[in-house]
Design a protein around this ligand. Structure first.
Ligand code: ZN
Length: 217
């Protein structure tokens, strides 16, 4: 079973992975999308998770796998219909995740109005770091998120640039899905997404909080 590790040694079996799309305006522009009125939500299965040092396997039905580096929240308490002002009490830790996306497959699905899961939920589609305890992260809404591919900077954003802020995301999602310990929330990607190919080495980092190194098989 996949487990999420906190820096204090606690482990949680990973539950569902709730993701928000289009949460940074520069990223919305780079894909030519319109800003959403309500948060766009999708789910990755726990079977898509890999950890530090593991390999991404791009499925043979795609030729355009993109990286999206994102702040990841680890949920530590069960909750439903959470008010915005209590939402942060449910976060056990913060980490960095990569929302791997088969952009060509997603494009076809979008055109047909179909759900995105096969473009975003494939095996290895969710590299996750370990999580820093929430009490040790002073301001999660002011964190730098960086991703390099083979040492070259591709993404360099800040969580202050989110459209829907962290407590609002948690509150909104908890109104649709009961949050449970071990659930993970990916909070959207800043600009700079791009293609990865076999042999690439990816490093995602939220300085002072988490780092994650994976490679493409
Ligand atoms: Zn994403």
């Amino acid at each position: 079973m996949r487990t999420a590790r906190l820096t204090n040694g606690r482990h949680y079996p990973i539950g569902k992975i709730l993701c928000i799309g289009r949460n940074y305006s520069e990223h919305i522009k780079e894909l030519g999308n319109a800003p959403p009125e309500a948060p766009v939500i999708f789910i990755k299965p726990a079977s898509s998770v890999i950890g530090e040092g593991e390999e991404i396997v791009i499925p043979n039905y795609s030729h355009d796998c993109h990286h999206e580096a994102e702040l990841a929240l680890l949920i530590g308490r069960k909750g439903k219909d959470l008010p915005v002002d209590q939402a942060m009490e449910y976060v056990a830790g913060f980490g960095v995740g990569i929302d791997l996306t088969l952009r060509d497959v997603q494009g076809e699905l979008k055109k047909k109005g179909l759900p995105w899961e096969i473009a975003k939920g494939f095996d290895t589609a969710c590299p996750l770091s370990s999580f820093m305890e929430a009490s040790r992260v002073a301001d999660p809404q002011n964190l730098q998120i960086r991703l390099t591919v083979n040492g070259e900077i591709r993404q360099d954003g800040n969580t202050s640039m989110m459209i829907h802020r962290i407590p609002a995301i948690i509150s909104h999602m908890s109104g649709r899905f009961t949050l449970e310990p071990g659930d993970v929330i990916l909070t959207g990607t800043p600009a700079g997404v791009g293609r990865i190919v076999p042999g690439d080495r990816l490093e995602a980092e939220i300085p002072g909080v988490a780092t994650l190194r994976v490679s493409v098989a």
